[in-house]
Design a protein around this ligand. Structure first.
Ligand code: ADP
Length: 242
């Protein structure tokens, strides 16, 4: 299913953050959304995932119109996301965090025990897949920043999203974990998940993306495969002012 926006616009007072953006991400691929600071990437993610209501334009996912829908509706439609500042519950254990991601508040109370066991097994499965199963019983606040990011991703994966938006997955992460994140994205993509990644680390972007959308001043100025985008004069201009 294709995630796309048409004529998306969002202003904050007099500041136009998203300026009539027509963006189409490639289904089944690793897409990146790059652009200078302040070019509207975060606001774009927030509009797409229902955290912010756009002033006009639309957000479409396959044949569904998700414009202005609440975050849980967008998530249920199959679009998951992580946050730049990583959202985990610091005083809950890793496995509790992963379970809470699909059952906010109530955790597993009231579920039949077979179902509860099934969800707990799935949670351990994702922790294992992301290489942090040894931390299942640790409180999130005692985990490293990179481990917390993996934990947040495990929670997102619990909902089995078809499309996953990652907001700066490499930000503040040590080089060893950076490699693991890149490999994981490619593996999870090979299993059929579409990714859209906002990321400043250009080495990572260039090495894992199939398709790159470049934002400048609230709208896309270029889109294409990494080699093409890297050589695009408009992209160099937006970044370097040349
Ligand atoms: P990026 O993620 O590419 O750095 P942002 O989406 O954060 O860009 O910001 C785009 C523009 O919108 C910037 O000029 C920023 O100052 C402004 N902006 C973003 N969020 C708000 C807000 N909540 N209130 C006012 N201005 C905002």
């Amino acid at each position: 299913m294709t995630l796309e926006t048409r004529g998306l616009r969002k202003a904050f007072g007099g500041v136009v953050a998203i300026d009539g953006a027509d963006v189409q991400f490639q289904p089944g691929k690793v897409n990146a959304l790059i652009g200078p600071n302040g070019s509207g990437k975060t606001t774009f993610f927030n509009c797409v995932t229902g955290m912010i209501r756009p002033d006009s334009g639309s957000v479409l996912f396959g044949d569904r119109d998700l414009t202005g829908r609440a975050p849980h509706v967008v998530a249920r439609a199959g679009v998951g996301r992580t946050f730049q500042l990583c959202r985990v519950f610091p005083r809950m254990t890793a496995v509790e965090n992963v379970l809470a991601a699909v059952r906010p508040g109530g955790l597993l109370h009231g579920l039949r025990s077979a179902r509860r066991q099934d969800e707990t097994e799935r949670a351990y499965g994702w922790l294992t897949r992301l290489g942090i199963e040894h931390l299942a019983g640790a409180e999130a606040r005692n985990m490293s920043w990179g481990q917390q990011k993996l934990l947040e991703l495990a929670g997102v994966l619990m909902a089995e999203p078809r499309t996953i938006l990652l907001d700066e997955p490499a930000g503040g992460v040590n080089p060893a974990l950076l490699d693991r994140i890149g490999t994981l994205v490619r593996e999870l993509n090979a299993e059929g998940r579409t990714f859209v990644i906002v990321e400043h680390n250009m080495d990572l972007v260039m090495s894992i993306s199939d398709h790159i959308v470049v934002f400048d001043r609230g709208r896309p100025i270029a889109a294409g495969p990494p080699a093409e985008v890297r050589a695009d004069e408009r992209v160099l201009g937006a970044y370097l002012g040349v």
